[in-house]
Ligand binder design. Structure first.
Ligand code: ZN
Ligand code: FE
Ligand code: FE
Ligand code: FE
Length: 168
């Protein structure tokens, strides 16, 4: 961001910035999912996190396709929001002693990530449509659905099993 010229001028610039933002975020999320899988005790939880890790790899390649559709090179830009969410997750995980309680904390932390992603992809789909980038909109709408499904899956797991055991 320069003193004489602001780098985001048009809606297209703004759209590209958000794409770079989520590209950076997904890559950070991928790393942190590895940590989460390692720390989960409940088998269903570690399986769910593992499968979302695989989905995340596909989501990253969808973003690369989106850059390509826009005639841009895939590039990330630091997103302080996801850095904060992941930092908080790391801190809380280091502070929880009991395995069952740790599983509940892991779900809460991953749901914060999913909700962050849902806002980003929701905006990106809306902006892509507005700018006439139908192919990009369709691509990212698929990811948006995966994030929503991951969130629903985590809620069900928490309410049916993980929170129950954590509270015992
Ligand atoms: Zn940003
Ligand atoms: Fe994602
Ligand atoms: Fe915020
Ligand atoms: Fe996700």
């Amino acid at each position: 961001m320069g003193l004489f010229s602001k780098e985001i001028r048009t809606m297209e610039d703004l759209h590209l910035h958000l794409l770079q933002d989520i590209y950076y975020a997904e890559k950070q999320i991928l790393k942190s999912l590895d940590d989460m899988v390692e720390n989960a005790t409940n088998r269903k939880l570690s399986a769910a996190l593992k499968s979302h890790r695989t989905e995340t790899e596909t989501q990253i390649s969808r973003l690369e396709q989106a850059f390509e559709l826009l005639g841009q090179k895939p590039k990330g830009t630091t997103c302080p929001a996801i850095d904060g969410i992941l930092k908080e997750a790391k801190e809380i995980l280091g502070d929880v002693e009991d395995k069952a309680v740790l599983d509940a904390a892991l779900i809460a932390a991953s749901q914060a990530v999913e909700h962050y992603e849902i806002t980003r992809y929701g905006t990106l789909v809306a902006w892509s449509k507005q700018l006439g980038n139908t192919a990009v909109a369709t691509l990212l709408a698929t990811t948006l659905e995966e994030e929503k499904e991951a969130d629903r899956k985590l809620s069900a797991l928490a309410e049916q099993t993980v929170n129950v055991k954590a509270a015992e």
